[in-house]
Design a protein around this ligand. Structure first.
Ligand code: AR6
Length: 173
C-alpha cells in the first residue's frame, strides 16, 4: 500500500495538508499532542475551537491550522481506556473513520495522524495500532482521498509497534 506509511516525528512540524489532533471533548486544549498542536498553532486555534461547542468521542471537527504548516487540524476526542469492554475499539475506529471522512469531504489530499488515545487516555499501543491500521486501510481501499496518509509516531518505540502490527496483518509474504 503505497498511500500509507509509518514514521517517527513531531506532528506539529508536519508538511501534510491536515493533521489530526488527539483532543478532549471540550476541544479547549490539554496536554500531550493537543497541547503541542495548540502551542504551535497559536491562540487563534483555541479561539476557533471555542466556537465549535465541543466534539463527541469518536467524532471529528475541522479547524484551520493557523501558524502550523498544515492548513487544517482535524480534532478527534478518542476513548479513554477502561479495560477494553466499554466499546473502546469501536470508538477508536470511529475516530479514524471520522477524520478520514472529514478530510475526504474537504478534498484534503495528504493527512497525518498521531496515535489517538495512546497517551493520557491509556489505550494499549498494540491494540490501538491494530484498530488504527485496519480502519485506515479499509477506508483507503474504497476511497480516492486522502491520497496519502501517514501515522506520525512520537518515538521510535511506538513506530516499531506500528510496524510490527503492520507486518502481522498486511505484509506480503
Ligand atoms: N507528535 C506526534 N505524536 C505525539 C506528539 C507530537 N508532538 N506528542 C505526543 N504524541 P496524547 P490521548 C503522541 O496523550 O491519549 C490531552 O490532554 C503520544 O506519544 O496526546 O488521545 C487531550 O486534551 C501518544 O502516543 O492523547 C485529552 O484530554 C499520542 O500522541 C487527552 O490528552 C497520543 O497521546 C487525549 O489523550
Amino acid at each position: 500500500m503505497d498511500r500509507f506509511s509509518i514514521l517517527v516525528g513531531d506532528i506539529t512540524q508536519s508538511d501534510a495538508e491536515a493533521i489530526v489532533n488527539a483532543a478532549d471533548p471540550s476541544l479547549l486544549g490539554g496536554a500531550g499532542v493537543d497541547g503541542a498542536i495548540h502551542a504551535a498553532a497559536g491562540p487563534e486555534l483555541l479561539a476557533e475551537c471555542r466556537t465549535l461547542g465541543g466534539c463527541e468521542r469518536g467524532q471529528a471537527k475541522l479547524t484551520a491550522g493557523y501558524r502550523l504548516r498544515a492548513k487544517y487540524v482535524i480534532h478527534t476526542p478518542g476513548p479513554v481506556w477502561q479495560g477494553g469492554d466499554h466499546g473502546e475499539a469501536a470508538l477508536l475506529a470511529s475516530c479514524y473513520r471520522s477524520c478520514l471522512e472529514t478530510a475526504a469531504a474537504r478534498g484534503i489530499r495528504t493527512l497525518d495522524f498521531c496515535s489517538i488515545s495512546t497517551g493520557v487516555y491509556g489505550y494499549p499501543l498494540p491494540l490501538a495500532a491494530t484498530v488504527a491500521l485496519r480502519t485506515i486501510m479499509e477506508f483507503l481501499a474504497g476511497r480516492a482521498l486522502p491520497e496519502r496518509v501517514r501515522m506520525v509516531c512520537h518515538s521510535e518505540a511506538a513506530a516499531e509497534v506500528y510496524r510490527q502490527t503492520w507486518n502481522l496483518w498486511y505484509a506480503e509474504d
